[in-house]
Ligand binder design. Sequence first.
Ligand code: C5P
Length: 222
Amino acid sequence: AKGIRVAIDGPAAAGKSTVAKIVAEKSSFIYIDTGAMYRALTWKVLQNRISPEDSQSIVDLLAKTDIDLEQGKSGQRVRVDGDDVTEAIRTEQVTGSVSHIAKHPNVREQMVQRQRKLANKHDIVMDGRDIGTHVIPNAEVKVFLKASVEERARRRYDENMQKGLTTDFETLKNEIEERDRIDSNRETAPLVKADDAIALDTTDLTIDDVASSILEKVNQAI
Ligand code: C5P
């Protein structure tokens, strides 16, 4: 059978990873979170006190960095050189720096190479910003998820509450808008819908609605 590649792109906190995990699980595909890869690199850049603007040092660092995504029983674990950084890559500090690091063309080039290798091996669901446009332009299924920034901030807020974190709603909203702004305006592989991607506005949809409609496309592609 031919491999099926599902590309899910969209702005920050649009529900991509939640939906991608469900689609992957129901289809027995491998889920690859490319945002986690950029976050893992960002974590290491900050650990090494390298400036987010120093793209050459960042590329050199990335070249000797092992980033491993694995599906454990309790969800996805992210490892950098063997260290579990699953929680560490979700801090405000990493979130606030990741877009500055992800904008460098030479950094993206190396990341995209790694992502293509991962995509070649299996049936996969990959989420990010440039999967349908650059990483896997010939993906069998391409989806672009959107939602109003208010709704995205509300979801992130609720998610944080469930983890026992109280966050300021306006701060969350500003962080999301700022990240979208940098991701959409960078020169290399900006956040944009692929012409042939299906756009889904999830503002008024449930997670299950979104997952079912993507699963329908996957079943048509098999
Ligand atoms: O998906 P997530 O919000 O965790 O991604 C974190 C950041 O990583 C994004 O804001 C973006 O700057 C970068 N990213 C990217 N290309 C991807 C995935 C993520 O530039 N394919």
